[in-house]
Design a protein around this ligand. Sequence first.
Ligand code: GCU
Length: 604
Amino acid sequence: MKAKLCIIFAFLVIGQMFLHAESASTVLVDVDHRQSVSLNGDWHYIVDPYSTGLYTFHHELRKDGFYLNGAAEPGSDRLVEYDFAKSPTLKVPGDWNTQSAQLFYYEGLVWYQRYFDFQPQAHHRAFLHIGAANYKAMIWINGQHVCDHEGGFTAFDCEATQQLHAGKNFIVIAVDATRRADGVPTATTDWFNYGGITRDVALVEVTESFIDDYDLHLNHERTAIVGWVHVQDASPKTTVTVAVPEADLSVSSQLDSSEKASIRIPATSLQLWSPEQPKLYRILLSAGDDKLEDEIGFRSIETDGQNILLNGKPIFLRGVSMHAEAPFRGGRANNDKDVETLLRWAHELGCNYVRLAHYPHDQRMTRATDRLGIMVWSEIPVYWAEHFEDPAVLKKAQHQLTEEIRRDRDKASIVLWSIANETPNTPDRTQFLKTLASNARALDSSRMVTAALLVRTEGHDKYVDDSLGEDLDVIGVNEYIGWYEKRPEDIDTTVWHVALNKPMIISEFGADAKAGLHGAETERWTEEYQANVFRHQLGMLNRIPQLRGMSPWILVDFRSPRRLLPGVQDGYNLKGLISNQGEKKQAFFVLQKAYQDKELFKLK
Ligand code: GCU
């Protein structure tokens, strides 16, 4: 009995260590402009559906887990039942589902391992940067635990200075892609649960005290760059300098007791960022020995009654929704080519805006939208039936919101933070989302907060009166008249009743069509049917007085395990305007024509 108690106690301590480590990850802002050693490439992997490498048969954490990267030494009789060196490899970044036919539907634990050389610089610290790992990740370097992370679509950084040494090192990452009802997202979604280390991995070195977070944006009056810079572990009174060489602007400011330096640089002749002129300025930041460079656009974005104002002028968001799925090859999008193809198609459509659904996309995407002048709706995966009553789930959502905003706060193209998609209108949910809305504003006061809401329907009347709307700056609405409800022609007689005097965006509408399938426009799954829905929808939307944008569902067909009609869907959601092999459907040209028509969606 006594022995059993000791084991349980030991387990708790180790458990506690992991729980504590969970919060050890952080987000180093602008990390893609920092000096780093890439760890992308081929990693050995072991598929471990029973978590054998982590737990004993009594589900206690193993002291000799796979994180030790052990292997049977020649001549030794020690029992070792795994060997990374003899195991196959997976590409990192990359989901495992599209790299191995055996892993296509696999949603469990996979161990990743590789060696790397590292020469630590004197008076420097080292962080492991992971662009994203779906869904839970546990990380060890040289057999020592570094950190744990939960959430499949946000970047995180873990300090590894203590665990690293000069010369040959090894890293082991356990990634568990199991869907969880109390996860964010919850267990049921309409997208494919690609598992693995899906975005870049690198080692980043920084000085002992370093800039880890900042907010630099144009003030409301557009007369000054304002914000702050946070320096981690800085000596008091460290001076922070922010400079904009091209505009001959700079300021120095001292840290306060919370290691933050507030920044204010009068700036009245900056070229403002806009889709027409996506001007980015090279920004130089320094604090003590740490130096950092970024590229930032300066613009103001706000609402005024039913209008959205960019740099003080009303705008209409001509957009499209997209998933982070790679065109042609499939799987998670994670390289410049994927991003270039998706945004080129959005540009061809005539978009000045994209909705990145339903989770933060790769940083490459938001750097590219900054450069190309495409405004962005960015979202965390609080999707459908989350466990809104569970405080632990709120904590997970808040964690992802913080990671999302820290990574992308410096992106001028992002104009909307979306806190949810199609969630049930219940008191627990509304309270959960009211909290997230205020968290988003606390993290970033310079952008608008939104969510994709469902609407109440009575006959031909649509009521946008979800009480959460009061906490949003812009009302997002998803509707599928002509596909999930009614017929395309019923769209024409639909009457909208919007309770709030705020800008409204139709964040989703659409219909499925199999590329190349043709028939009467009354025949579902044909391109003609989808095009017909678009024509009716665009006519209706043009009649909604407070409509200020749209992002039809969706740019490209994408994988979804919920779409199972043989010979038609075959595991794909076919609401794309383009097939995943790049075939443009008739509806693509219907929308393109509408976005070129200056009379449509004309702001009064
Ligand atoms: C929903 C949801 C999407 C989904 C789409 C569809 O509105 O937000 O994630 O894919 O509808 O049903 O096609």
